[in-house]
Design a protein around this ligand. Structure first.
Ligand code: MLT
Length: 327
């Protein structure tokens, strides 16, 4: 006759052993970055990798894939959702195509300081946005790293006001809100994937683009753009992400290590990003760019109708909470 107690103990032992083996699994995650190994994005990804390796005693490591080697940003987000790409850091530009709430980060002049954005992202609103991306796109946000405040560059003229954008062919990210914003400002705006921007500027297909200072430096836009205009029109997060299926397949212990490594890396990345923003403006000037600091009020005024037009789609409460985050 079967000894029920013995069978149960064997089953518990087998499950425990399997669980322990799972917790001990070794794994290398491929991480996609739109920028290079010296970029502000890379500072965060490297710190995450270093901490993950330390916390897991060498079992969990990362392999960064720089400069869109795994695909353009939208493809990378889709790839993580489908379980084809392990991890990535990207701007939020393409995410409004997955979840309307993410269009918030395309609305101009909503966040006024990095601290306001951090307070918003590190609290209930950031958590709610992350939960929506996970349920609607199958992608888990591990931490809100950043690209930083975005500024215009162009090859035509300095921008002292929005009227100086007249006739300029301006590249936006793949976001309807961004196209509307730059159209309202007076440019001829069209969307284009990040992977094509440098060549488009080099060949004169586009005159203008916008990105944070560390990005402008990392991809050497100073070789193909003459004017840097500090328009500071949006704060651009760069969440560090993992495919939700992959995350959920990890043991609870390893999930906790991944989250802990990300929590340590986020402030390190933000600090590097802010420092690089300060230091690299002078460097870009030294490399030949003409830096202009326009009065931002006329830019703000021109884009108010865009905020009104998109507010309900994004979620009026979310927009108002973000606007209030600096006060
Ligand atoms: C873009 O302009 O498409 C992005 O800001 C690129 C990036 O994430 O670095």
């Amino acid at each position: 006759m079967l000894d029920f107690t013995k069978v149960m103990s064997a089953a518990v032992l087998a499950a425990t052993t399997a669980g322990a083996a799972m917790a001990q699994e070794s794994r290398t995650f491929e991480v996609s970055l739109p920028l290079g190994p010296e970029s502000h994005q890379a500072v965060g990804v490297h710190k995450f990798g270093e901490e993950l390796e330390r916390l897991s005693e060498g079992r969990l490591t990362i392999r960064p894939q720089y400069d869109n080697a795994l695909g353009a940003e939208r493809e990378v987000v889709e790839g993580m959702g489908f379980g084809l790409i392990d991890m990535g850091i990207t701007s939020t530009g393409p995410m409004g195509g997955f979840v309307n709430d993410f269009l918030l980060f395309d609305l101009p002049y909503i966040f006024t300081t990095p601290e306001a954005a951090y307070g918003f992202l590190d609290g209930e609103h950031g958590d709610a946005l992350a939960a929506k991306l996970e349920s609607e796109a199958g992608v888990k946000i591990l931490g809100w790293m950043e690209n930083g405040f975005r500024h215009n560059t162009n090859n035509v003229r300095p921008l002292n006001g929005p009227e100086d954008l007249a006739g300029i062919r301006h590249r936006t990210q793949e976001s309807r809100v961004q196209v509307d914003t730059w159209t309202a400002l007076g440019a001829n705006a069209s969307p284009m994937a990040w992977t094509e921007v440098f060549t488009a500027l080099q060949q004169g297909v586009m005159d203008s683009q916008e990105n944070p200072v560390p990005t402008i430096y990392d991809v050497k836009f100073y070789d193909v753009q003459r004017y840097l205009n500090l328009t500071k029109h949006v704060y651009s997060p760069a969440p560090l992400m993992m495919g939700a299926q992959l995350f959920n397949s990890l043991s609870p212990e390893d999930q906790a290590l991944v989250m802990e490594a990300a929590a340590i890396a986020v402030p390190v990345q933000r600090e590097a990003s802010q420092r690089m923003e300060q230091e690299l403006i002078d460097e870009l000037e030294r490399l030949g760019m003409t830096v202009t600091r326009p009065d931002l009020e006329p830019f703000r005024e021109r884009v108010q109708p865009v905020i009104e037009q998109w507010k309900d789609t994004v979620g009026a409460e979310l927009v108002e909470a973000a606007q209030a985050s600096g006060s």
